[in-house]
Design a protein around this ligand. Structure first.
Ligand SMILES: C[S@@+](CC[C@H](N)C(=O)[O-])C[C@H]1O[C@@H](n2cnc3c(N)ncnc32)[C@H](O)[C@@H]1O
Length: 245
């Protein structure tokens, strides 16, 4: 395992501990299974969910839904327009999805009413305000497929509803925008963490960028953009808790 993969493992572990802590009181207070929505579920989950949790998955790809073995219920639908029953989920997880939709705010505004009053929303997204995020935003999809296939050696890239998916990378998913959304929608930010994703590290290794060169490049990006754009914080995860007064 590389340092970057280890860091992601630690971050996911840290995230899982935060969610376990938040859910444990709900688990002990509730006689029925927790209701969880995996929004844009794809074929896997990054969270440690329990056997008896009721997990609803929604995805626009029937193939992805069919490949996901963890779901109690499958919805073929678009998270930007789907009307979920109000106050129905203890936890909504939206991992690596908002960067693919044309209107991420619309999806967020669908999630909040679908959460129970003390529900939790977990988001994982690339950081559009990073060098990688901006390059992804302004380059065509065919190039992303080419990079996955020939640089990362992922033969199924772009075939049969496999990654990479079309990317929009709207500014509405920038960390500042999500934190503002939380504030405006009575949500408390319980956890926030940025990290460098392992594919960027893999690319740095392939390009043979030494630690010293990378440190200088990070400093140049930081200086030229007055700290607004990052070279290493390519992704982030955030946990929001809905607080109804
Ligand atoms: C990169 S995958 C992430 C899957 C999974 N959440 C994970 O973390 O591995 C993105 C998923 O979002 C789904 N997706 C993209 N746009 C969507 C939309 N508007 N509504 C629902 N799902 C969508 C894709 O079909 C794909 O399965």
């Amino acid at each position: 395992m590389t340092v970057q993969e280890l860091e992601q493992f630690i971050i996911l572990d840290e995230l899982n501990s935060t969610i376990d802590r938040l859910l444990s009181s709900k688990r002990s207070a509730s006689l029925s299974p927790l209701r969880i929505l995996e929004a844009g579920c794809g074929s896997l989950s990054h969270l440690h969910l329990q056997e008896d949790d009721h997990i609803t998955g929604i995805d626009i790809s029937q193939k992805q839904l069919d490949r996901n073995p963890h779901l109690s219920e499958r919805i073929l639908g678009d998270i930007q327009i789907y009307d979920f029953p109000p106050r129905s989920f203890d936890l909504i997880v939206c991992f690596w999805v908002l960067e693919h939709v044309s209107n991420p705010s619309a999806a967020l505004y669908k999630f909040i009413p679908a959460l129970k009053d003390d529900g939790i929303l977990v988001i994982g997204v690339p950081n559009v305000m990073s060098v990688k995020g901006l390059i992804t935003k302004f380059t065509p999809h065919w190039l992303h497929v080419w990079i996955y296939r020939y640089v990362f050696n992922y033969k199924l890239a772009g075939i049969d509803d496999n990654a990479p998916f079309h990317t929009t990378m709207r500014l509405a998913i920038a960390p500042d925008a999500i934190l503002k959304f939380a504030k405006e929608n009575s949500c408390v930010v319980t956890y926030f963490s940025t990290f460098e994703d392992y594919r960027q590290e893999e690319l740095r290794q392939k390009l043979k960028l030494t630690r010293q060169v990378w440190t200088v490049l990070k400093g140049i990006v930081q200086g030229l953009t007055l700290g607004k754009i990052k070279a290493d914080s390519t992704s982030y995860t955030v946990v929001l808790e809905k607080k109804v007064a």
